[in-house]
Design a protein around this ligand. Structure first.
Ligand code: GLP
Length: 263
């Protein structure tokens, strides 16, 4: 696991966008796994800027989102489909038909979840999976106690997640208690994983992810088993890391080595 600690949330967004742009420059038909939540928004803004400056093109890119609320129309302001359209897809040159978000209104979730998995495989699998992390360590909507081998399926949101996400819903508006989410096994199949966390409210989840035991209690901790995971965090989210200085030192050495290689 590579741990990149940067001074600010803006640095995290910049670094993340660079990773995604580099990935697309290496493989124009990259399959991206995308995330919602407030954390990736700044990275999406950087991608929009890069696309408008023609530094990157999404024309051949496909995307699969992690999750969707159950019961919301795709046009509902809080649906994750709507979020992705507003925050990214409407502003870049990706083909809308190449963007995929789980169907939160499926009449048969077993079937639609399997179809989502099959479509990912058909496209050759996810090349780069972007993740945020919940305060309780969830990835996607894989809440604590989720099977570490799970596939795309319906999950019941934890009271903590419902409370954390209540800020996005209007007072009195019905907030979904269920979601459809890629499983942890689905996420682990991605060739690369990039997880973002910013702000001190994420510091415990980040410490559990990087330095805790692998456990369904902290679903993100399974990423310790993934051969290519990069965790990009700001200083506030890194506050509880016991080996903070070591991670900074590794990145320092990496930078020196890459400069040396270019000489
Ligand atoms: C949401 C999403 C996750 C996201 C997390 C953190 O509920 N399902 O994919 O990573 O919670 O959200 P935020 O970035 O707003 O803290």
């Amino acid at each position: 696991m590579r741990v990149v600690i940067l001074p600010t949330a803006d640095d995290v967004a910049h670094y993340c966008a660079e990773q995604i742009i580099h990935q697309i420059q290496q493989k124009s038909n990259t399959v991206l796994g995308l995330a919602t939540g407030s954390t990736p928004v700044a990275s999406y803004q950087k991608l929009i800027q890069a696309c408008s400056k023609k530094e990157v093109s999404f024309a051949k890119v496909s995307s699969f989102n992690l999750d969707e609320y159950i019961g919301l129309e795709s046009t509902h302001p809080q649906s994750y489909r709507n979020f992705m359209n507003q925050e990214l897809f409407n502003h870049i040159d990706i083909k809308f038909e190449n963007t995929h978000v789980p169907d939160g209104l499926s009449p048969d979730f077993e079937k639609s979840c399997q179809a989502y998995e099959s479509l990912i495989l058909q496209k050759g699998g996810v090349d780069l999976q972007l993740l945020g992390i919940g305060e309780n360590g969830h990835i996607g909507f894989n809440e604590p106690s989720s099977s570490l081998n799970s596939r795309t399926r319906v999950k019941t949101l934890s009271p903590q997640t419902v409370a954390n996400n209540a800020r996005f819903f209007k007072v009195g508006e019905t907030q979904p208690q269920l979601a459809v989410t890629m499983g942890i096994g689905t996420i682990m199949d991605a060739k690369k994983v990039v997880l973002l966390a910013t702000g001190s409210q994420k510091k415990q989840a980040v410490a559990n992810l990087i330095e805790g035991s692998i456990s369904a209690f902290s679903p993100a901790s399974i990423l310790q088993m993934h051969p290519k995971t990069m965790v990009i965090i700001d200083e506030s989210a890194a506050e509880l890391l016991a080996l903070n200085d070591y991670y900074l030192h590794i990145e320092d050495v990496q930078i020196k080595l890459s400069k040396h290689k270019n000489v």
